[in-house]
Design a protein around this ligand. Sequence first.
Ligand code: 13P
Ligand code: 13P
Ligand code: MG
Ligand code: MG
Length: 373
Amino acid sequence: MKITITAVKADVGGCGGHIRPDPRMKEAIAKFLETAKGVSIIDFHIQSVGDDIGIIMTHTQGENSEVVHKLAWDAFCKATEIAKSLGLYGAGQDLLKDSFSGTIKGMGPAIAEMEIEERPAETIVCFQADKTEPGAYNLPLYLMFADPMHNSGLMLSPKMSEGFNFEIIDVEKTDADTIISLNAPEDIYDIVTLIRNNHRYIIEKVFSRTTGEIAAVNCTTRLSLIAGKYVGKDDPIMLVRAQSQFPATGEILSPFTIVHYVSGFMRGSHIGPLTPVPINSDISYFDGPPIVSAVAFNVKNGKLTNMVDCFANQFWNGIREKANLKALYIREQGFSGPAMLEDKELEYGGITERLDKLKDRFYTRKKVVKQKP
Ligand code: 13P
Ligand code: 13P
Ligand code: MG
Ligand code: MG
């Protein structure tokens, strides 16, 4: 049976700043999507991460279905109405267009979508992060699909012995989607040369080289490129298939023990550790740290069954402590050097304005020519 999984995420208003949505917003979305269940979608799951609400839907209408995309758009509009009525901060923040126009892509919400031939025991993990950008998944995706230090199945399982194919998109090329296809293991030096740049080169899709099947899909939205100004970070959503010809769920989660430093945090302009958290977690210290949640499902006849909140397990408590320390360590140096993003990536105009004003106050010092004695 062919099933499409559509995962969409948007920030349509936060309580107490950019902390979390109001539960009534999620309830309104659930009530609305219930009316579509059994009609245009088979099943759905709703959660939040920080101030973002994520919706995972299953259906048989294929990728880029106008009906399904509009459903998600209308659901976020309903939540926006509630956010506005409650006076929440940034109500409708990620809905960058006034009306729906055929696809939710390019309209603000982050989307990851895959059509699959459902396996007898289909296992899917959905990652949702807040206060960071899609490139935050570059390192974990590389490690889970190409590095035996995290994916022991690359050595142990004949089903993965041929490795994986990575499709990497250059998000700075906005005229047309510009993509490169590279294979692990033979191209790994080329892959890492690109994906070390989390702002520009994003792993968008991963395929099994053994079966040709889709293994992972990441969103690649850059809100500022759509809106032409800072409207919040591009808090990303990603779908990964697990088990058998794909990495085990534990191998998929393994790279998140690193709590690697990513862009985002306060005002989308700083560096902080990507901290694994249970679903529906709030944001706190310095509008962060950047957080990531993971839910695993079985998909049976399109139904999302047996949801597991992967980072709620006690093991991750120690990892969170490590992340807290890494957050404090980098915050000790405030604005200095690598604690903040490079000028080009800063999400606010304040620094550029200041630099512009200061330009005329620079003067050139006359060269001192030493006289010979
Ligand atoms: P404002 O500058 O709109 O207050 O947003 C900043 C902010 O909320 C950072 O957390
Ligand atoms: P969000 O992108 O999660 O709304 O965060 C915006 C921000 O500036 C936080 O400081
Ligand atoms: Mg927000
Ligand atoms: Mg957010």
